[in-house]
Write a protein that binds this ligand. Sequence first.
Ligand SMILES: Cc1cc2nc3c(=O)[nH]c(=O)nc-3n(C[C@H](O)[C@H](O)[C@H](O)COP(=O)(O)OP(=O)(O)OC[C@H]3O[C@@H](n4cnc5c(N)ncnc54)[C@H](O)[C@@H]3O)c2cc1C
Length: 304
Amino acid sequence: MEQHIDVAIIGGGPAGMNAALVLGRARKSVVVIDEGRPRNRVTRETHGFLTRDGISPSEFRRVAKEQINAYPSVHFVEDAAVTITGTDGNFQIATGQGTTYRSKKLLFAVGMKDLPLDINGLADAYGKSAFVCPYCDGWELRDQSLVLTAKGARALHMAKMLSGWTNRFTICTDGPDEWTDEEREELKQHNVPAFDSPIQRIESNDGMVERVILADGTTIPCTGIFFAPKLAAGSDLPQALGCKITEAGTVIVDAFGKTNVPGVYSAGDAASELYQAITAASLGALAAVGINGELLAEAWNSQS
Ligand SMILES: Cc1cc2nc3c(=O)[nH]c(=O)nc-3n(C[C@H](O)[C@H](O)[C@H](O)COP(=O)(O)OP(=O)(O)OC[C@H]3O[C@@H](n4cnc5c(N)ncnc54)[C@H](O)[C@@H]3O)c2cc1C
């Protein structure tokens, strides 16, 4: 089956959904193609989103779908976009379930994905007591004894951040710390204990961390972990279509989500390194405004 629409949105997280909402209200025909694997699916609560503080990712998604359903020109399909061909005005999106959609514009809201967690036991706690962002989950772990696992300048950066939520944390660099003498001295001045013995395992009970055990036998009791995740682009499709990307794997866009490829936009985690749900939603809204502006200009000019 082939359907022709104004905008195909690939990805139905906060960015894609907010773009769909704005485009639906702008009376554009939209399909949101989403395979339903958002990065925050491991977590129980999303924080810091005004009016939605503490909502579960699944409830966020349910409410978003309910509100978008009020706009009949928007359709949400649970499917994966697997190949995209064509150019501005006529893109063809083939899905895993064998449907092909034709759209005038494309929005990639494909997020980022975590690479496999390479510390034994971390996956059991991820999203429950092991987190990546103090802004998202620091409040719940405030004043607790935590372990921060990262190395080099990133560890120092995360330590400075984490100090806003607790001063009871230990850094485990899980192998050589990769610090300069100045960085090591800075941590010493702030009395941050640091260990470079590899992490043997993280022990938790029903996802709640209890201790970190190092290869040299050291045991560090703790009730939470912050770690530096390794990320990859949520999808290779933007790059395959010719979009320029950064070293971190995010699509390079202007303020309205426009990429270097005509008719192609990107928003949310896929196109920024801010990694916050409310930021992703706002970038989705901005991209929708950019896309709608382009569609309106094309329609207007074709009539003159
Ligand atoms: C553990 C954890 C906790 C977090 N907690 C918070 C928090 O408390 N507060 C906060 O503000 N932020 C939090 N975040 C960050 C937040 O989840 C992200 O910033 C936000 O989800 C990004 O939204 P997005 O729409 O850009 O991408 P995502 O939500 O990741 O959605 C992208 C969607 O695109 C889909 N997709 C990808 N490729 C394809 C394809 N080819 N075809 C179809 N679909 C595709 C994916 O399956 C996914 O459903 C957390 C993140 C993590 C990992």
